[in-house]
Design a protein around this ligand. Structure first.
Ligand code: CA
Length: 184
């Protein structure tokens, strides 16, 4: 869990909330939210749902379904995210900080996903440099993928997104056991 404001982040320990997505309230995973690259255009995105029929740990995972309603090019990217899981934290020493996200992923047929680790700086706003990974090819077996991004000391908030891009519209995808660590 993220420490209180002003205390250093622990090195090499999981910083994300509800990593195994088992804590839920009203049928939704606590602290995880559907993520949209273009907020407001919800009718063209591929759907997100919280499911118990497929999982890597315990009894739940985060699902991102293929959307069949439109041609591939019109399906907007969507997935799951956790905004500001590191919030208003001063790291020590105040140098660059590299975070690594790792996620277990499985698909109903071979498809692609991407990870995004982005930041927020009070001086610059959204810090998206280096945030988006390349495509990961996902098979029908559970596989762990990971992505790193490095931020300057001015970045005090960190967010994570598990993404489908429009070109990867084939197949459903499940995410589970998501971790983010500050590397030594
Ligand atoms: Ca789980």
């Amino acid at each position: 869990m993220t420490p209180a404001t002003g205390t250093p982040l622990p090195i090499d320990s999981d910083l994300i909330f509800n990593s195994d997505v088992e804590i839920n309230l009203g049928g939704m995973p606590v602290d995880w939210e559907p993520f949209y690259i273009y907020p407001g255009a919800y009718w063209w995105v591929n759907d997100t749902s919280y499911v118990s029929d497929v999982y890597h740990s315990y009894s739940h995972s985060l699902k991102n379904e293929v959307f069949y309603g439109y041609a591939d090019n019109y399906v907007l990217p969507a997935g799951w995210g956790q905004e500001y899981f590191v919030e208003n934290v001063v790291t020590a020493p105040a140098t660059e900080n590299t975070f690594e996200a790792s996620v277990w992923v499985k698909a109903s047929q071979t498809t692609n996903v991407r990870l995004a680790l982005y930041g927020y700086s009070p001086g610059y706003g959204l810090v998206s440099k280096g945030a988006l990974s390349n495509d990961y090819t996902i098979s029908t077996s559970w596989t762990q993928i990971s992505y790193q991004n490095t931020f300057g000391p001015e970045v005090i908030d960190i967010s994570l997104a598990l993404l489908r891009l429009p070109q990867a519209s084939a197949g459903d995808v499940w995410f589970d056991d998501i971790e983010v660590k500050l590397l030594p």
